[in-house]
Design a protein around this ligand. Structure first.
Ligand code: ATP
Ligand code: MG
Length: 420
């Protein structure tokens, strides 16, 4: 049996990596007073239709939609921002704080062609700063993405940034772009011709070289932006310069979701070929209002955890295995003192593994040797009768007796001298 196409099991050894990423993100975000939020994986289909935009890839091709038993239209969430915006409105988070800084980490679902760095169930770490319109908030979120990448020892990344203006500015630009692209209709396939009429901005990030060439002389979005948009963008850039965060202005960066305005950005890596974007985000001032909430200008980003892990697998998996106590017990006795010993190990927070095999003592010791444990606690008939533990040091093959009345002292010694 295999998992569904485009889905993966995350095995115990990988969970260690996930925990590291979560801890690093949590520590950095906590200092900036970003609080974790978890939203349901299931949402009303209409929520995403309202927010993401009808002519986007997500809405057209990638959503996992189904009807539940009461024929309600349900969607497995394809991204986090819309759900966080919905939660902000449903729970009236705006009543307590004017500005809400939130983060999440969890699975998203998109029906895409699975390949390296592209799954149907994948995980995103995301942050959303809700309620501020000033450029510092754009810079704060971008800086946090960079901080997290740097804490994970990423060096080979590239920040691309653009201003996509307001909805009104884009409307005028779209007309100009469509007019320009229509002149080259005969060079395009049916899908692209359709895109020119429905969502011409998406043509801008087309990877085809011939289309890229045509785009060189296409009208530029920045020429359609008014002073407010341009000032906002310049402020963001000036702050990035002050912070020494290198960036490239990419005029053709538009992002796949309709709800963005002003700042749009992506962080790319040179290490993955097609799936080279690890983080994408931007400002979305009207999303919450469009979903029925109060006017709440916002900005945020999402990072693909699987892509992070592919690039940095060497950084993650070299963690040393912690020493653990291996407990061996004879199962034909009045062995209940084992629970007293375990309770003490818990008190001292010493990790242990209880052998549950029902094999004889010798076989269990052999097993401990085979899996390269260092310290065994052996509880055989004599030990249980006389209330002591035989401690076997497997690396030196030496043994010692520790009576239960001395156990506290011995565990302290282990914890602070041996297991550190
Ligand atoms: P792409 O252009 O690669 O499809 P996107 O623009 O659709 O990315 P976003 O919606 O901005 O991606 O999501 C943010 C991040 O989530 C991406 O930069 C990527 O790291 C990750 N991501 C998106 N889709 C997938 C997927 N199907 N599998 C794994 N990671 C993904
Ligand atoms: Mg995509």
């Amino acid at each position: 049996m295999q998992p569904l196409r485009g889905t993966k099991d995350i095995l115990p050894y990988e969970i260690k990596i996930w925990k590291q990423i979560r801890n690093i993100a949590n520590n950095i975000l906590e200092i900036h007073n970003y609080n974790e939020i978890q939203t349901p994986l299931l949402e009303d289909t209409e929520l995403f239709q309202k927010s993401i935009g009808n002519y986007t890839d997500i809405i057209n091709k990638e959503m996992y939609n189904f009807n539940d038993k009461k024929k309600r239209k349900i969607t497995l969430r394809p991204e986090g921002t819309t759900s966080v915006a919905r939660a902000f409105i449903s729970n009236k988070l705006y009543l307590n704080h004017k500005i809400n800084k939130l983060w999440y980490l969890g699975p998203m679902f998109r029906y895409e062609r699975p390949q390296k760095g592209r799954q149907r169930q994948f995980n995103q770490l995301g942050i959303e700063c809700l309620g501020s319109s000033i450029p510092i908030s754009d810079v704060e979120v971008i800086r946090l993405a960079i901080k997290i990448l740097e804490a994970l020892k990423y060096k080979e990344y590239k920040l691309e940034i653009n201003s996509i203006g307001t909805c009104k500015e884009r409307k005028e630009y779209k007309i100009a772009l469509t007019t320009y692209l229509s002149k080259y209709k005969h060079n395009f396939n049916i899908n692209l011709n359709k895109q020119i009429n429905t969502n011409p901005l998406r043509v801008l990030d087309n990877k085809d070289l011939k289309i890229k060439e045509i785009l060189i002389y296409a009208p530029k979005l920045k020429n359609y932006l008014d002073n407010i948009s341009l000032n906002h963008f310049n402020e963001v850039c000036k702050n990035l310069k002050y912070l020494d965060i290198p960036y490239i202005i990419n005029d053709n960066l538009v992002r796949g979701l309709d709800y963005y305005n002003y700042t749009a950005f992506e962080i790319k890596t040179k290490e993955l070929h097609n799936q080279n974007t690890i983080c994408g985000g931007g400002r979305y001032d009207k999303l919450i209002e469009n979903l029925g909430g109060p006017n709440t200008p916002s900005v945020g980003w999402a990072m693909g955890i699987e892509r992070l892990i592919i690039i940095k697998k060497n950084f993650f998996n070299k963690k040393k295995q912690t020493n653990i106590i291996y407990i061996i017990i004879q199962n034909n006795n009045n062995y209940y003192i084992i629970w007293d010993i375990i309770t003490k190990l818990e008190i001292y927070k010493i990790k242990f593994e209880l052998n549950l095999s029902n094999n004889n003592l010798l076989k269990q010791i052999k097993k401990a040797n085979k899996i390269k444990k260092k310290i065994c606690f052996i509880l055989g008939t004599d030990e249980i009768y006389n209330k002591y533990i035989t401690i076997k040091w497997l690396d030196t093959s030496t043994q010692q007796k520790i009576y239960l009345c001395e156990l506290d002292k011995f565990l302290k010694y282990l914890k602070y001298n041996i297991l550190i």
